[in-house]
Design a protein around this ligand. Sequence first.
Ligand code: BDR
Ligand code: CA
Length: 325
Amino acid sequence: MAEKKRPLIIDCDPGIDDAECLLMLQGCGLFDILGIIPVHGNVPLAKTSVNALYLNNKYGINTKVIKGADQAIIVRNPRAEFAHGKTGLANMEINTDGLSFTDGYAWDFIWEKAKEYNGELELIAVGPLTDIAITVLKHPDIVKLVKRLVIMGGATTAGNASAYAEFNIHQDPHAAKIVFEAGFNLTMVGLECCYTGYLDQNDKQKVIDTAKKTSVGDLIEAFARFDEENIANWSVSEELKKNFYEHKVLCDAIAAAVCIDENIAKYMDLNVIVDVDGKLTMGQTVVDWFGFSGKPNVHVAMSVDRERFVNMYLDCIRSYGKEGA
Ligand code: BDR
Ligand code: CA
């Protein structure tokens, strides 16, 4: 008998790696995806939401797409067009004619589904945490109603949006603080963990060759082309560019892998506090390695098994195999 699918809601800001995350969560076949909630983030909500609507339809997810928050609770930090393109999806042409969003408020939807699934609902958030924070503020019992919350966000050493802050947390530090302190069964997949699951040149080619035989080939090829042209324009050292290019990191897809199979990662249970006051450190996920501040509140994913991740990613892509391919 087929195993019962795990109920899941995905909050995301597509976003190239958000798209890869969605492909994995759908492709693995393990989840009953109850809804996709696009949130502001990599690009404004007007674009993340259209991208989510497109991906939902194009790759057979066919679930409800309910718009989330269009801005952070307090701060207004720069978006990430430099990494995802002006549209958020590598400047691809997309068409959403005839598709529509599901009406309603994301935070009410999450809460209602959590109640309906009675402790079984899983949440994954791979963008700014605004929607999850609003859910906590409006429906505090959400914290105990969901089985677990996996986030891609935060860093244990250095940031990628500022010296100390990772992008998703930097976009809405106040929301992140609420979520980290709420009492969820929370798994943080931060930057350092994602870096351990990089794709090397060989893997990148394998991904393209595999994808070409499937219905996600165009998307994966467009992402690869975009990357090649885009990284060249970044204002970072040549050494760093080379490193980015040779070690491709799909952050949100790593969070998807942790969601699919938690055994793919190694963890430490730690107390992590989001700094919302620091001049240099606003948005930093401050990790208390020695436990000065009390009880651990986060399962911090420290590393993933790289080979397993690459194979899992390839398997998920294969699931989109074209008829007869
Ligand atoms: C995160 O920032 C975004 O640009 C990505 O989509 C990912 O969620 C990585 O820091
Ligand atoms: Ca994202």
